[in-house]
Design a protein around this ligand. Structure first.
Ligand SMILES: [Zn+2]
Ligand SMILES: [Zn+2]
Length: 263
């Protein structure tokens, strides 16, 4: 039986250069499918020291437009849906303060952690987590970054914690990923089953990861990671996610608690 998903806190907009459609289309599709709480989590701007920007994010000069547009739509559909506006953000030690400042200054209402690189993106695109990782040492670097990020206390949840394409030993994967799941449980920061991974047949959701999460009882939520209006609610992907929740007896907490960043 298909369980209904009535929230989604992982939504992008066309401004990040790899999503399509108008903001309003995302909202209308959410309303039409019974979503009650919709969070926009555009890829947060990142301006490097030399003034250049990473290409797959919201450009800093479109920040205002992002907030203005979603806020006016929030007013328009006030009686039909609760909308919050925030960012998806990586944890890069050297940029953490400046990225958090960008979020706060623009009035972001929440952040989700979406780590796509080990360390800050430089122009050569090194250290992408989509590339394969083989050694336990490299995997441990990833795990340490995620744990440090969780401990900052600003992230509402961890998007696609299983994004890393690890091709080494299963025993290493289990011991390292156990650390993420345990920290998630201890700090009560949910881990996200990511529907984009399901939609595009990516290497995540990683079965072994969710098996560990299930054993440990880490809190789990679902995120659509919408890059088009249709992605906001896809029955097939949702069905598959709930199959995983059942299969691994995941501690599915439904709607995550929003952690406010402007305290
Ligand atoms: Zn994206
Ligand atoms: Zn995302």
């Amino acid at each position: 039986m298909l369980k209904k998903l009535d929230y989604n806190y992982h939504t992008h907009t066309k401004r990040c250069n790899h999503a399509v459609g108008e903001d309003e289309e995302y909202i209308l599709n959410a309303i039409n499918n019974g979503i009650k709480k919709l969070g926009f989590s555009e890829h947060i701007p990142l301006v490097r020291e030399d003034g250049t920007e990473s290409k797959y994010r919201l450009p800093i000069n479109e920040c205002q437009d992002y907030f203005d547009s979603i806020k006016s739509l929030r007013e328009k559909y006030l009686n039909q849906i609760d909308i919050i506006i925030g960012f998806e953000m990586e944890y890069y030690e050297e940029y953490f303060d400046v990225m958090l400042k960008t979020a706060k200054e623009n009035g972001a209402e929440y952040l989700i952690l979406g780590q796509h690189f080990y360390s800050a993106e430089h122009k050569n695109g090194k250290h992408s987590l989509y590339k394969t990782t083989e050694t336990k040492e490299e995997l441990a670097i990833y795990v340490d970054v995620i744990i440090k990020a969780m401990k900052t206390g600003v992230f509402t949840y961890v998007a696609h914690p299983d994004i890393i394409n690890f091709t080494g030993k299963n025993s290493d994967y289990v011991s390292e990923m156990t650390r993420i799941c345990q920290t998630s449980k201890e700090l009560n920061i949910p881990l996200e089953l990511n529907l984009l991974g399901i939609r595009e047949n990516r290497i995540y959701p990683n079965n072994l990861f969710w098996k560990i999460a299930g054993k440990i009882g880490a809190p789990v939520v679902v995120g659509c990671d919408a890059h088009s209006a249709n992605d906001v609610y896809e029955v097939n992907c949702i069905f598959k996610a709930f199959k995983l929740i059942k299969k691994y007896k995941l501690n599915y907490i439904k709607t995550p608690n929003i952690i406010k960043i402007n305290k």
